[in-house]
Write a protein that binds this ligand. Structure first.
Ligand SMILES: C[S@@+](CC[C@H](N)C(=O)[O-])C[C@H]1O[C@@H](n2cnc3c(N)ncnc32)[C@H](O)[C@@H]1O
Length: 344
């Protein structure tokens, strides 16, 4: 059945949709459709909307598919939030949710409304606390720069790929950009191997490996005592006590030589400074998963050169090279899976 819709150039679609939504004219039971350079927004009523339509916009009749999913939560957030109508356009359409704690990045124009904004997101997304992201992560421990806007309790249990991660969202990072890499690690067959995770954190890579594979042992080393204490808890709640051995301290102090079939180097910026330790710990014939943040114009050469320079008497064979994520403009976070022979 054909119903009315507003046909609008793609570049003005979201702004028009918001104006229509503000007077409850959008038909939320039907999906928006695309037509070349235009989109068509289904509406419930054509009365009183002419003043909301800009140039190049018209009311047309079309058949719209019915929406089978729930409303997009951002629509409910915009309905609920008590801020001036034009400011609703500035509300973020993306956010990070870890268990029942939310992290929001807000533009400065919303500064004086941050509490009302946090309350609306918390109510629609049903979270107990909201933090404002004020500048990514900082320092060797990768501590997030966040400020509490709502709630008191910022410790949560986040579930990803059947692994539970308990952590304090105000003190410790959890990179959603690394989700695919954590999933990939979960699929790396390492039956009966001894693995050293040099930068274990709360168990970002150790836990998926322990939960989904059958390594003999994972030595999970972490320098930050806060991360380490959650790592210990996470080993318990994921029931991998017999596999993951948490170690508190600097990975350069780990003892032994040629003890690991596999070494995980899930750290960025200065990872190459730890290659000597990785090569000391890995067995000849073992694998190093080496992460690096690298200017795109130096890829793929620089990470490979660094690996080879750290193993001058031996060989480094690349098994896989992949981009984990874009780290910053012109800089990529990459991971090299390398099989190493210590003396060729
Ligand atoms: C936050 S994780 C990196 C992110 C993670 N790979 C992910 O998937 O989200 C890096 C961890 O390395 C730890 N770290 C830094 N230097 C270290 C060192 N020398 N020895 C052991 N752990 C270290 C930091 O405290 C931090 O917890």
């Amino acid at each position: 059945m054909s119903v009315d819709g507003v046909r609008v150039p793609r570049g003005r679609a979201e702004e028009t949709r918001l104006r229509l939504a503000a007077v409850r004219a959008v038909d939320k039971t039907r999906s928006i459709i695309e037509e070349g350079s235009h989109v068509i927004i289904p509406i419930v009523d054509t009365r009183d909307i002419s003043s909301l339509l800009g140039p190049g916009t018209e009311v047309v009749e079309r058949v719209f598919p019915h929406r089978c999913s729930r409303n997009d939560p951002i629509d409910d957030i915009r309905d609920k939030v008590e801020i001036p109508e034009p400011m609703k356009l500035l509300l973020p359409v993306k956010w990070e949710q870890f268990g029942d704690v939310l992290v929001l990045r807000l533009p400065h124009e919303l500064d004086e409304h941050e509490e009302e904004v946090a309350a609306a997101y918390a109510s629609v997304l049903r979270v107990k606390s909201v933090l404002r992201d004020e500048g990514g992560v900082t320092g060797d421990f990768r501590t997030p720069v966040v400020r509490l806007l709502l709630g008191t309790d910022v410790v949560t249990v986040h579930r990803e790929n059947e692994v539970l991660y308990k952590f304090d969202v105000s003190k410790l990072m959890f990179s959603s950009g690394n989700t695919d890499e954590r999933a990939r690690m979960a699929g790396i067959a390492c039956d009966d191997e001894v693995v050293v995770d040099m930068f274990a954190g709360i168990g970002y890579f150790s836990l998926p490996l322990a939960v989904h594979q059958q390594p003999r042992k994972i030595i999970a080393c972490e320098l930050n005592s806060v991360s380490h204490s959650y790592l210990v808890e996470n080993i318990g709640i994921n029931h991998v006590e017999g596999i993951v051995e948490p170690v508190l301290g600097d990975n350069r102090s780990l003892e032994g030589e040629s003890i690991a079939d596999r070494v995980l180097m899930g750290y960025v910026k200065t990872t190459h400074e730890y290659l000597d330790t990785a090569f000391r710990l890995v067995k000849s014939g073992g694998v190093i998963h080496y992460h690096e943040t690298c200017p795109c114009e130096l890829l793929p050469a620089r990470p490979l050169e660094r690996l080879r320079a750290a193993n001058p008497l031996g060989r480094v064979d690349v098994l896989r090279f992949r981009e984990v994520k874009s780290y910053s403009p012109g800089v990529s976070h990459v991971v090299v899976d390398a099989r190493v022979v210590k003396r060729a």
